[in-house]
Design a protein around this ligand. Structure first.
Ligand SMILES: [Zn+2]
Length: 189
């Protein structure tokens, strides 16, 4: 059955989520006797974190789960930026409201072509005493992930700052687009 075009955002999401059940395969494999083990099903269903470059950054200790989740979404370019919302047939002005450049709000723009987010990241790097050119998102993640670890306090602090900037920019992006907190933080690619 096709997803109804006039359906609300929530109904469309439910329709899109149907493939999860297809991907789940035979539900009996998560059962013991007559008992369905929801924890087992959920664990096997969750995306497993691959051992990629940004792993150290996402696994930085003592980061609150909400911020960790936003970072995890961001490193995979899965945040709900307005260019994506438009493709989900959600009516929203696609231009970035955080700066006056007049660019479409893409992930690439938000991190860090946007003068707003770029100036915050630049200011905080300077404040910590690091002088560097700010590159594209992938460059910044790579640069951070190479340095951050849980053993060196200086780099751990920089990791916290990096995560805080990402979280702040995402919060401001949601607020500027009147997106209710947490409802549209991302979806599967
Ligand atoms: Zn901008």
């Amino acid at each position: 059955m096709e997803t109804p075009k006039q359906a609300t955002w929530l109904v469309r999401k439910i329709f899109h989520a149907r493939h999860w059940f297809d991907d789940l395969g035979d539900p009996n494999k998560f059962s013991k006797g007559e008992n369905f083990n929801i924890k087992h099903a959920y664990t096997s269903f969750r995306p497993q974190l691959p051992k990629v470059q940004w792993r150290a950054l996402v696994l930085l200790k003592d980061v609150i789960p909400r911020k960790q989740f936003i970072l995890w979404m961001a490193v995979q370019n899965m945040l709900a930026t307005t260019d994506r919302l438009v493709t989900w047939i959600i009516q929203v002005d696609p231009l970035c409201k955080l700066c006056s450049i007049g660019d479409i709000e893409t992930h690439k723009h938000l991190f860090y072509e946007c003068t707003y987010s770029r100036s915050i990241w630049h200011f905080l790097l300077n404040w910590i005493g690091i002088r560097k050119q700010i590159g594209e998102w992938a460059d910044e993640v790579r640069w951070m992930a190479k340095r951050v670890n849980n053993k060196n306090p200086k780099w751990a602090i920089l990791g916290f700052v990096f995560i805080a900037v990402v979280y702040h920019v995402k919060e401001m992006q949601e607020a500027s687009n009147n997106i209710e907190e947490g409802t549209l933080r991302g979806q599967e690619k």
